[in-house]
Design a protein around this ligand. Structure first.
Ligand SMILES: [Zn+2]
Length: 513
């Protein structure tokens, strides 16, 4: 029968030899009193059979990973497309699963960062760039005609030979000049070798150019730049001479800045489920076992004076608190302010201490050192709990991932923004032409999914929210998101139990299985 799913003789659980035809491409609702077999029909018969046939259609290699699926008790079912069931229960106990990963948005974000992310040095904030010969040529082309430029590369004077010996080695290699302070010195005219020491760098002159904007000049510059990179193990310098003296422009064909070698972004760098990207301290879990702030300060309405820090209560331990209170005036610490009203800096001070008092961290370090005494061990265990990883601040990623930005945001920043705001960030993103071309498809996948989450009323969630902390309704709506993407390319049966409204729903989409 065309346009229907035909079911004959379904006998799963409470179903008593039920036969029916369900129209396809329609929203179909199964209702009935509790225990009448709604779920047995939707999930244990239609979904189970759809799923079983889909698995049967896979190669035997793929099937060995999926386990055998039993045929539901039914005479026959006809015209059933692949089935996707969305159940209401919170189905993730995996602590690594987040809203971002379970909606696939995080996977697209990782790819986006790997493809168009720019790396910035944490030292100077400068963009880390891998220079090519073309970059040097472009730079030289930007200088006015007639400018004198020396292309140099660094040679390190080795420690195992004498300086004159090293210089004659350079001459044998075909280099005849070095540069210091914008001056050129001929190697064979050097009289005194004082001032040259092993381990130091000499600027070997590769070429001297007078800028003229001609093809010949640029092709010569390209050759020199190539030699300079090779000779300088990836580094070279252009020394620009003008009326004001000289200045240097550094180039490196390594991914390097401020003396740090950076990792070129790959999708794995942004994956906390991969050893390459996961924070080395918490291994991507975002939490570690440590001293739990909530256990140390269980009542944040109290001030330090009122014993907010409970481990500093009692006869023996109160001396830690007293020391702080006696000296608080010296560094303006508000001992009468409730803990929750303290600024982040003041809280930080409480934990770290200063020269006038020992902080909470030092206190627990002290307990650690005395752990051989049972009472200290007991005390320590009272304050131990899961705490936010201090290394990655709960972002799960290693810090190098935070050096990479897209449109001014790191991936850690983006996943902590509510989905509603994230959507406006992505719809308003300004990229250059090349990046837009690369990112077009990824941005589309990301915004479609974000829009869907907003449409189902989840704009307030963030992508880093752990799946296991979601309510049943929230997690059901989130689970709808990836299949919704799939619906664009394939026709499926969607089965939702107690869906967004509280009745079992089957939505049937068309096409043969
Ligand atoms: Zn961590």
């Amino acid at each position: 029968m065309q346009g229907f799913i035909e079911i004959k003789g379904a006998r799963v659980h409470n179903l008593k030899n039920t036969s029916l035809n369900i129209p396809r491409d329609k929203l179909v609702v199964i209702t009935g009193v509790s225990g009448s077999g709604k779920s047995s029909l939707a999930f244990d018969t239609i979904y189970a059979e759809g799923q079983r046939r889909y698995v049967e259609s896979l190669s035997s290699y793929a099937r060995q990973f999926l386990g055998r699926m039993n045929k539901p008790e039914v005479d026959f079912i006809n015209g059933i497309p692949p089935a996707i069931a969305i159940e209401q229960k919170v189905n993730s106990r995996n602590p690594r699963s987040t809203v971002g990963t379970s909606t696939e948005i995080y996977d697209y974000l990782r790819l986006l960062f790997a493809r168009i992310g720019r790396t910035y040095s944490p030292v100077s904030g400068k963009e880390v760039k891998k220079h090519s010969v073309d970059d040097i040529v472009d730079f030289l082309a930007s200088l006015p005609e007639g400018t004198k430029v020396i292309i140099t590369s660094c040679g390190v004077i080795p420690g195992n030979i004498e300086v004159p010996e090293y210089f004659s080695f350079l001459i044998k290699q075909g280099f005849s000049r070095i540069e210091t302070d914008g001056e050129i010195i001929k190697l064979d005219e050097i009289q005194s070798f004082e001032g040259f020491r092993a381990g130091e760098c000499v600027n070997i002159v590769i070429d001297r150019l007078i800028i003229s904007h001609t093809a010949d000049n640029f092709s010569r510059a390209a050759d020199s730049a190539q030699t300079a990179f090779q000779n300088g193990k990836g580094f070279c310098q252009a020394v620009i001479l003008d009326d004001n003296g000289y200045r240097r422009e550094n180039f490196s064909n390594l991914f390097e800045a401020d003396g740090i070698r950076f990792e070129e972004p790959t999708e794995y760098l942004f994956s906390f489920n991969n050893p390459i990207g996961a924070c080395p301290v918490c291994e991507g879990y975002s939490k570690i076992i440590g001293i739990d702030e909530n256990l140390v300060v269980p009542n944040q309405n109290l001030s330090v004076y009122e014993d907010a820090i409970v481990c500093w209560k009692g006869e023996t331990m109160k001396k830690w608190k007293e020391r702080l209170i006696e000296n608080a005036e010296l560094f303006n610490f508000p001992i009468h302010k409730p803990y929750y009203q303290l600024t982040a800096e003041q809280k930080h001070l409480l934990w770290k201490g200063n020269k006038y008092f020992y902080g909470i961290d030092r206190f627990f370090q002290h307990l650690e050192e005395k752990k051989y005494k049972i009472q200290y061990r007991v005390l320590l265990s009272r304050y131990r709990g899961k705490t936010i990883c201090p290394e990655c601040k709960g972002s799960r990623l290693r810090k190098e991932a935070g050096y990479v930005k897209v449109s001014g945001f790191t991936i850690q920043e983006l996943v902590s923004v509510p989905i509603g705001k994230l959507y406006s960030i992505f719809t308003g993103i300004a990229l250059n032409e090349e990046d837009s071309k690369i990112a077009e498809r990824l941005l589309k996948e990301i915004t479609v999914r974000l829009k869907f989450l907003i449409d189902v009323g989840l704009a307030y969630l963030t992508l880093d929210r752990v799946s296991s902390s979601l309510s049943g309704g929230e997690s059901q709506r989130i689970n709808l998101s990836p299949p919704w993407g799939a619906i664009l390319s394939a026709r499926c049966t969607f089965l939702m139990n107690q869906a967004l409204v509280s009745i079992p729903v089957i939505q049937i989409c068309s096409s043969e299985f």
